[in-house]
Write a protein that binds this ligand. Structure first.
Ligand code: ADP
Length: 400
């Protein structure tokens, strides 16, 4: 659980008087390791090497020190919330005291103890702080295990898909060659058997591609990437689906789409799977109509891909987001049941939600949420649009 010898030490900063030495002495008696810093900058340097808690005298928290510490607090990883115990000056509460106390909240996990403090009070606060810190280390360990497991899974899926693909392609190629070269030697059932081998090898190849995508989606880490125009991701998804769109003569209406904080390839993958399904699960008695739109909901955008296809019965609307969950035989609708599981995984990694609403026989609407862009993202985007880095946002477009 502990990764550094310094993980549970208590950093002390009390530059005037002998408070630091006295505290170090009493904490040492309770087997609590301490390190005395001579100034605020040394505290920041020590924090980088590891600390269980910091005890600091209020008078040492001058503006430059406060700024450096506050910056350090903000930059901590998500699992970390280093406890700060501030020994405040004694005296009647004044406005200045209140202002200082408010300022100290910048340290995040902060406890104020008024001097002169009883040793038991300081001890008890330090013990509580270290106990909480140990739990944070446990979260760090679990996070590390999870990242490692995801990296292993991705590595495994990568090697497996590469190693399995080569023999698969050989099987598909040779069964195709035998079928073509010995067409007049083989009878009808023989040719049929070879076709089954070939089509299954092709199916397995696309299954391996999906497995790789799923493993890749599981390893998405940096959810707070910069904002990108959703329109651009959709465009690339529609380009990948060009053949299916042309063959099905799908009419696709696109509303105005916002910028969102997602990687373009992940958003494109979502659109590709949802629009691909809207085409695949179309109703045979009417032309395919797909509407893609987005609406603001507080801090999120809700995207919607709506179709007029076969629809989904209520009992299956959660289940279909699971791995390998399909409602139809692959002879009727090809697929491995991974498309929505991949969408679910991508959205989950970005802290969003995906769901479906549907009227069986009339159509389905798939919704997913994505964090809205911040003001800073927008400014950045406007600048890059001006410089011609990205195509500007387009208003509603229609593709037939
Ligand atoms: P696949 O399409 O390979 O089966 P998915 O995970 O993409 O895998 O979808 C899971 C199941 O959800 C599908 O088998 C299908 O039954 C149902 N489904 C997905 N999208 C739609 C849709 N737009 N309309 C009707 N059913 C759908």
């Amino acid at each position: 659980m502990l990764t550094s010898a310094f993980d549970l030490r208590v950093i002390l900063l009390a530059p005037t008087g002998r408070d630091a030495e006295l505290l170090a002495g009493t904490l040492a008696a309770s087997y609590i390791a301490t390190a005395i810093a001579k100034d605020g900058m040394e505290v920041v340097a020590m924090l980088a090497e590891g600390a269980g808690a910091v005890i600091v005298a209020e008078e040492a928290l001058k503006p430059p020190v406060m700024v450096s510490l506050a910056e350090w607090v903000i930059e901590q990883p998500a699992w970390s919330d280093t406890p700060f115990i501030v020994l405040t000056a004694a005296g009647r509460p004044t406005r200045e005291h209140q202002r200082r106390a408010q300022e100290m909240q910048l340290l995040g996990n902060v406890t104020l103890i008024e001097r002169p403090a009883r040793p038991e009070t300081v001890h008890s606060s330090v013990r509580t702080a270290l106990r909480a810190r140990k739990r944070q280390y446990e979260i760090r360990r679990r996070e590390g295990d999870l990242l490692q497991a995801n990296a292993d899974l991705e590595q495994f899926a990568h090697s497996a898909s590469h190693d399995l693909r080569e023999p698969l392609r050989t099987i598909a190629l040779y069964s195709h060659l035998v079928c073509r070269t010995y067409a007049d030697v083989l009878d009808e059932p023989g040719r049929g058997f070879l076709k089954v081998i070939e089509s299954n090898a092709i199916r397995m190849d696309s299954l391996l591609t999906d497995l790789l995508r799923y493993a890749h989606a599981s390893s998405i880490r940096d959810s707070a990437s910069e904002a990108i125009p959703a329109q651009r991701a959709l465009k690339s998804a529609l380009e990948s689906l060009a053949i299916a769109i042309t063959e099905s003569k799908a009419q696709i209406s696109i509303g105005e789409l916002p910028c969102v904080r997602m990687h373009e390839s992940h958003l494109a993958q979502l659109f590709q799977n949802l629009v691909g399904n809207a085409i695949k699960y179309r109703h045979e008695n009417r032309p395919v109509k797909i509407v893609i739109s987005a609406a603001r909901d507080g801090e999120n955008w809700i995207f919607c891909v709506a179709d007029n296809g076969i629809g989904i019965e209520p009992d299956y609307r959660k289940k279909i987001f699971g791995l390998f969950q399909r409602l139809h035989a692959s002879s009727k609708y090809p697929g491995a049941g991974m498309g929505l599981a991949i969408c679910d995984r991508i959205i989950d990694r970005y802290g969003g939600r995906i769901w479906v609403e549907s009227v069986p026989g009339q159509g389905s609407s798939f919704y997913f949420t994505s964090a809205a862009e911040t003001e800073a993202d927008l400014t950045e985007l406007l600048v890059s649009e001006k410089q011609g880095d990205v195509p500007g946002r387009r208003s509603g477009a229609e593709i037939d």
